[in-house]
Design a protein around this ligand. Structure first.
Ligand code: PMP
Length: 450
């Protein structure tokens, strides 16, 4: 019977698969997804869930898009593989398309994952400075609470201690500063003053560390996985100005924010900045196939175009720029444009905020914030002290949402005891009914937990 079949699946899963971010706890029954359409996933028991996280912040155009399956099939049939030491049509078309979407001229370097794209950015930045005769510049600055990937360099950039400390030593040369967290700013400072002070800390770091040692600064426009921390525009613009003044490359991690999520094509476009390097993954293909990009400003690329021996970028990646992935990315972007999903993100985000802002009256909710269709709900034990809500309290809300058919997320392992921010990042293709469903489940669950 179906029930027996499902039980066998669970046993086989538990016997053979070590799940991501798991303790190896074989008593925890996995959710086995069997089908997905639009914003909805069906599991092996026939339960349906609205995926309020778009997978891991990535399925922007929703599940089950025939056009994307067709694009992969057509490309695989036509020409399945060429390495990026050579070239192929989908890679060329996609690079041209991305340059249309960016507001400067960039060279497109293909890899497979967000972590890859960031590693490539670090290697390029270091070599770029060497090509310019500044080989002392090898350090990177990033922010506490941000996530930049799981490989040793990207993990070194990551500012979430729980993810890191068991895997040290990580790649050396990564320094951290605190990001602006406007909900927790000191009361005697305005948002703008506070944000400028946080930017100022970056300049101090650069000076104290010797500016001649700093290669780059990596940031997400909005820290997403680390708690949906939305900076004031003055912060991002000041950071750019500081980087420019000290010869530090600005690397923008658009792995989550890119491709419409925040209500603009790329997250940095909310601000008056032009990053030197931009990394993309997730929403680039809506996760139908793996693909990532490190986009590098032309003038940086030019530094590598030396006739000198050994001045090329010595990095290869077998699957990077896979033809089927590129074809899917192109089709994914076409869908985003045809359905105006970037604008839809802005509209849905605003509606969601209008509906959920009232949660700030709830005894355990301190702050509800969003940029486009990514939202954070910060839970606290005490609204006056802003003491973070306990793990138990946050888990209970998540569990009850799931029991009511809604998957929501929370910020990653920022630090022990500080994992109190719920995240919502549904597909940009969500319908009005989907939005109503999200709102009704969240309101119901919070009401039951007053
Ligand atoms: N950067 C950011 C901002 C991310 O959120 C992630 C993944 N959650 C990564 C990089 C790493 O991407 P990947 O898991 O594809 O390596």
């Amino acid at each position: 019977t179906l029930k027996e079949e499902s039980q066998t699946l669970v046993e086989k899963d538990q016997k053979n698969i070590w799940h991501h971010m798991s303790k190896g706890d074989a008593t925890k029954e996995p959710m086995i997804a069997t089908e997905a359409k639009g914003s909805w996933i069906t599991d092996h028991n026939g339960n349906e869930y609205l995926d309020g996280m778009s997978g891991l912040w990535c399925v922007n155009v929703g599940y089950g898009r025939e056009e994307l399956a067709q694009a992969a099939y057509d490309q695989l049939k036509e020409m399945s593989y060429t390495s990026m030491s050579q070239s192929h049509l989908p890679a060329i078309k996609l690079a041209e398309k991305l340059n249309e979407m960016l507001d400067d001229e960039y060279m497109i370097f293909y890899s497979n994952s967000g972590s890859d794209a960031n590693e490539v950015a670090f290697k390029m930045a270091r070599q770029y400075h060497q090509q310019n005769g500044e080989s002392s510049r090898y350090k990177f600055i990033s922010r506490y609470r941000a996530y930049h990937g799981g490989s040793l360099g990207a993990l070194a950039a990551t500012g979430q201690s729980l993810r890191k400390y068991k895997y040290e030593p990580l790649t050396s040369g990564f320094l951290h500063v605190a990001p602006p967290d406007n909900y927790r700013k000191p009361e005697n400072q305005s948002v703008e003053e506070y944000n400028l002070l946080r930017a100022q800390e970056i300049e101090e770091k650069i000076i104290w560390e010797q500016k001649e040692t700093i290669a780059g600064l990596i940031m997400e426009p909005v820290i997403t996985g680390g708690g949906v921390l939305i900076p004031d525009p003055v912060y991002v613009e000041k950071v750019q100005e500081i980087c420019n003044r000290h010869g530090v490359l600005l690397i923008m991690d658009e792995v989550i924010c890119g491709f419409g999520r925040t209500g603009k094509t790329f997250g940095y476009m909310h601000y008056d900045v032009k990053p030197d390097i931009i990394t993309m993954a997730k929403g680039l293909t809506s996760a139908y196939l793996p693909l990532s990009v490190t986009a590098v400003r032309k003038d940086i690329y030019e530094a590598f175009n030396d006739t000198e021996e050994n001045s090329h970028f010595r990095h290869v990646n077998t699957f990077g720029g896979n033809p089927a992935s590129c074809a899917v990315a192109l089709k994914n972007i076409e869908i985003m444009e045809e359905e105006n999903l970037t604008n839809r993100a802005a509209v849905l985000g605003e509606k969601l905020r209008d509906e959920l802002k009232e949660l700030e009256n709830h005894p355990y909710v301190g702050d509800v914030r969003n940029q486009g269709f990514v939202m954070g709900i910060e839970m606290v034990e005490d609204k006056a002290t802003k003491e973070p809500a306990t793990d138990q309290r946050v888990s209970k809300i998540m569990g009850e949402c799931k029991a009511n058919g809604l998957i929501i997320g929370r910020n990653g392992d920022t630090v022990a005891g500080y994992n109190n921010i719920l995240a919502l990042c549904p597909p940009l293709s969500s319908t009005d009914d989907d939005l109503d469903f999200i709102v009704s489940v969240i309101k119901k669950v919070f009401k039951a937990n007053e």
